[in-house]
Unconditional design. Sequence first.
Length: 287
Amino acid sequence: MDAVADQVRDERAARIILSMIAEPADPATGGTLREHGGIETLRLAQSDSPIPDMDAMRTRVWRERLAPKLTPDVLARVDGYRQGGMAALIPGDQHWPTALADLGDRAPYVLWAKGAASLLSGSLSDRVTITGSRAATHYGEHVAGELATCLANAERVIIGGGAYGIEAAAHRGALTAGGQTVAVLAGGIDRRYPAGNAELLDRIGDVGLLVSERPPQSAPTRQMFLARHRLMAASLAVKPTGHAALLYEYMFTCTIVFMATMVVRCHHCKVDDNKMRTNMTNGCERS
């Protein structure tokens, strides 16, 4: 029987398989993929040939992790995903976020999407990531929701992780305003996690976008919760400052002042060289 790698004929299928067998943000996989493409990366994983720019020890360890997972059933799973109508985006696709190139060898192999994939390729300056504690206070959730509503009214896309607390409040705030919001999930896009936010995530999938680098049916793991942070950062960013979590093209610095009157103002929020002012009563305006 031919090796699995020899039966893969297109780049999308190859990248889908890599998302099934390799850990996210793995520099060995990402570097090989960036240099050789998906099809050749699979072939190298199942061959005995030296890999350029990878020493023998690292090559052996990498192959020991990936090769045993390259079984015939992965091909059937790829066919199943395609028949299920699940969108798998790869570099070169219309809506692939070009900012992800700044992640280098830790860029995702593929992005699974449900909803308006065009939200991934819009203007970077129009995206705002809001994240925070899952065990937020009622007041914290209130402020996050109000801020997201104001930003959504200013036609900003709100990005979060779909988690309890601040992120859920931000998603709801954007939806309340009739705005656009993206949830970056730690598991497959068909896994509604956390379960208590299933209805919210369903709504985001209907009117916004659910996105994940893990294939459908994947359960969220601690590692994936950590790994997705780089995607949320890169959604805003395109100018590396030493670490993916600190990528910013525009340093969106909002000084939020809490006052007895419950007024929230964003001072000098620089977006495309325009200043934006925010308050609870009047919403967000560009000056």
